[in-house]
Design a protein around this ligand. Structure first.
Ligand code: SF4
Length: 305
C-alpha cells in the first residue's frame, strides 16, 4: 500500500528538472520526461519558480532545499546563474549531475554557490558504463579516476558530496566498495532501478532487478563497507513513488505515485502551493525515506585524499 494522500503543503525540498536533454543515454532512464510535452523550462519561468519556493515560510525551522536535476542540468544554458539566484534567495542548493561536465572551470564557478552535489555513478568500470549507455554518442565515458578527481575537488571545496547509484541488471554484481571508499561521499544513495510508464517501460525487463536482488546488493555493501561514516541510503521502487516533489520541464509538478506520469497545473499560472495540491504525495513516506534529513549540517570530515 502506498499510503498516498492529497496534501497542500510542500515538503522542504523540491527537485527541479529543467530540461530533458542529457549527454548520456542510459537504457533505464526515466528522467527524459517524454510525457511532459516540453523539452526545456523557459528561463523566466525557472527563476519565478525558484523565487516562489524561496518565498515560502520555513517548515519546522528548517531551511528549504532546491535540487537541480535533468536530463543533465549542466546542459541548461545559464544554470550556474540560476543556482546562484537560488543561493541569493536563501535556499540550500543541490545539483544532481552525471559528472561529465564537471570540468575545472565549471567547478570553480559552482563550488562557491553549491551546498550539495550528487554525482550519479552506476559503475566504476568503463565497459559496464558503456553497456548501460552511460557514455556520449561519440563514446566518451568517465573512468573511475575521473569520478574520484571530481569527488575530491568537491570535498576540498566543502561541498557536501553524494553518490547516486541505480542498481540494475548490468551492475548488480559489481563491488562498489573500493570506489565508494575512494570517493568518500557523505551519502551514498542506492536506488532500485524503477519503471515509469511512458518513460522507460518499453524494454524495462532488460534492466529490472527483484527486491531480493536489491537486498542482496545492499547487504553485501553494508558488510563490505563495515563501520563507516558514509550514510547508505537505499530506495526501492516503492520508496521513490509519490515521495518526491518534482518539477518537470513543463513547469508543472509531476505525480508519479502510481508509476504513471501525470502533471499539475502550471506553477506560474496558479502558484506553487496550489499546483502542488494537484499531485498525490505522502509526507509520511517522504519522512520514512529520510527525505527531510538535516541538509544544512554536514559532518566535519578531515580526510584530504
Ligand atoms: S545520466 Fe541520468 S538523465 Fe542522463 S540518460 Fe542517464 S539516467 Fe537519464
Amino acid at each position: 500500500m502506498n499510503n498516498i494522500t492529497q496534501r497542500d503543503t510542500l515538503p522542504n525540498t523540491i527537485n527541479i528538472h529543467s530540461l530533458t536533454r542529457c549527454s548520456y543515454a542510459c537504457g533505464f532512464c526515466h528522467s527524459g520526461f517524454a510525457t511532459a510535452g516540453c523539452e526545456k523550462l523557459p528561463h523566466r519561468q525557472f527563476l519565478e519558480i525558484v523565487h516562489q519556493f524561496a518565498a515560502l515560510p520555513k517548515l519546522d525551522g528548517q531551511a528549504r532545499k532546491i535540487t537541480f536535476a535533468g536530463g543533465e542540468p549542466l546542459l541548461y544554458c545559464g544554470i550556474v546563474d540560476v543556482i546562484g539566484f537560488a543561493k541569493e534567495q536563501g535556499l540550500v542548493t543541490s545539483l544532481v549531475t552525471n559528472g561529465l561536465h564537471l570540468t575545472p572551470g565549471i567547478l570553480a564557478r559552482l563550488t562557491p554557490i553549491l551546498d550539495w552535489c550528487a554525482i550519479s555513478v552506476d559503475s566504476a568500470d568503463t565497459v559496464t558504463n558503456r553497456l548501460i549507455g552511460r557514455c556520449t554518442a561519440k563514446g566518451t565515458v568517465l573512468s573511475k579516476e575521473d569520478y574520484i578527481i571530481r569527488a575530491r575537488t568537491l570535498r576540498e571545496a566543502k561541498v557536501h558530496l553524494k553518490i547516486n547509484t541505480v542498481v540494475n541488471r548490468r551492475n548488480l554484481l559489481e563491488d562498489f566498495t573500493p570506489f565508494i571508499n575512494a570517493a568518500y561521499p557523505e551519502r551514498w544513495k542506492i536506488l532500485q532501478c524503477s519503471q515509469m510508464e511512458g518513460e522507460n517501460d518499453a524494454d524495462f525487463d532488460r534492466w529490472a532487478i527483484t527486491p531480493e536482488e536489491f537486498d542482496d546488493f545492499l547487504n553485501y555493501h553494508h558488510e563490505k563497507l563495515g563501520k563507516t561514516d558514509i550514510a547508505l541510503v537505499p530506495e526501492t521502487q516503492n520508496d521513490i513513488r509519490g515521495t518526491y516533489a518534482i518539477v518537470a520541464p513543463n513547469g508543472c509538478f509531476l505525480d508519479n505515485s502510481d508509476g504513471t506520469c501525470r502533471y499539475s497545473r502550471p506553477i506560474v499560472e496558479v502558484g506553487i502551493e496550489t499546483a502542488f495540491s494537484d499531485v498525490r504525495f505522502s509526507s509520511e513516506r517522504f519522512r520514512q525515506r529520510n527525505g527531510d534529513y538535516n541538509f544544512t549540517t554536514g559532518k566535519n570530515r578531515s580526510r584530504n585524499n
